[in-house]
Write a protein that binds this ligand. Structure first.
Ligand code: 13P
Length: 247
């Protein structure tokens, strides 16, 4: 019922040369037709990625967008500009932006609305820190992030949620398949409690140190619909292996 999806979050990595090479390597292999595959480079490499991926199975997403449509917002990029360029996706609420740019749930909610109005499909990231998990607050934190971003607002068409426990990002630590499944189930129940969202049809991706060696077991869980991949998405062979694991 839910199409599996694997998206590569390239974060602030790459050059025109390395982006070209990585895309060439990815496009040389046919990805399984039943998996949606996306790559999310930095803003300045989006145009290159979109033209290189044109007509292929790879879609392209941005890593953030502005809450505003246009205006005097130096350094910001509007969702409409991303859609106009040919982006299909936008990652919103990544923990690196929540922490490094003090993005609040309220701001993320506005970005979700801006993205949806522009026709971009948002990948909304949620996840608890190590301290929050140890304090037994993981569920409350994630539920708060979901409600803060989605409650009482129009639900973006094509919304994807990514559960990324902060303690698993770039650390080599991964949630066990059981831990991840438990949280994904919880997220689906939380989504079901919100008006206007078909929780059973909403894809929930797992992110946090997903590698070829652990992807299969994670993606085999009933409520894990694929992955949002950081480090391993920069290595074509690893990313392709992870995509294959989602098929
Ligand atoms: P890693 O796969 O490098 O842990 O990063 C996960 C992530 O933050 C994807 O958005």
């Amino acid at each position: 019922m839910r199409r599996p999806m694997v998206a590569g979050n390239w974060k602030m990595h790459g050059s025109r040369a390395s982006v070209g090479q990585l895309l060439d390597e990815l496009l040389r292999s046919a990805t399984p037709p039943e998996v949606d595959v996306a790559v999310c480079p930095v803003f300045v490499h989006l145009s290159q990625a979109i033209s290189t991926c044109q007509g292929s199975a790879l879609s392209v997403g941005a890593q953030d967008c502005s809450t505003h449509e246009s205006g005097a917002y130096t350094g910001d990029v509007a969702a409409r500009m991303l859609a106009d360029l040919g982006c299909e996706w936008v990652i919103l609420g990544h923990s690196e932006r929540r922490a490094g740019h003090t993005e609040s749930d309220g701001l993320i909610a506005q970005k979700l609305q801006a993205a949806a109005a522009a026709g971009l499909k948002p990948i909304l990231c949620v996840g608890e820190t190590q301290a929050e998990r140890e304090a037994g607050r993981a569920g409350a934190v994630v539920a708060g992030q979901l409600r803060g971003a989605l409650e009482g607002r129009d639900k973006p068409v094509g919304l994807v949620v990514a559960y990324e426990p902060v303690w698993a990002i770039g650390t080599g630590l991964t949630a066990t398949p059981e831990q991840a499944q438990e949280m994904h189930r919880f997220i689906r129940d939380e989504l079901a409690a919100l008006d206007g969202l078909d929780a059973a049809a909403t894809r929930i991706l797992y992110g946090g140190s997903v590698k070829p060696g652990n992807a299969g077991e994670l993606f085999g869980q009933p409520d894990i619909d694929g992955g949002l991949i950081g480090g391993a998405s920069l290595v074509a062979a690893d990313f392709l292996d992870i995509v294959a694991a989602a098929a």
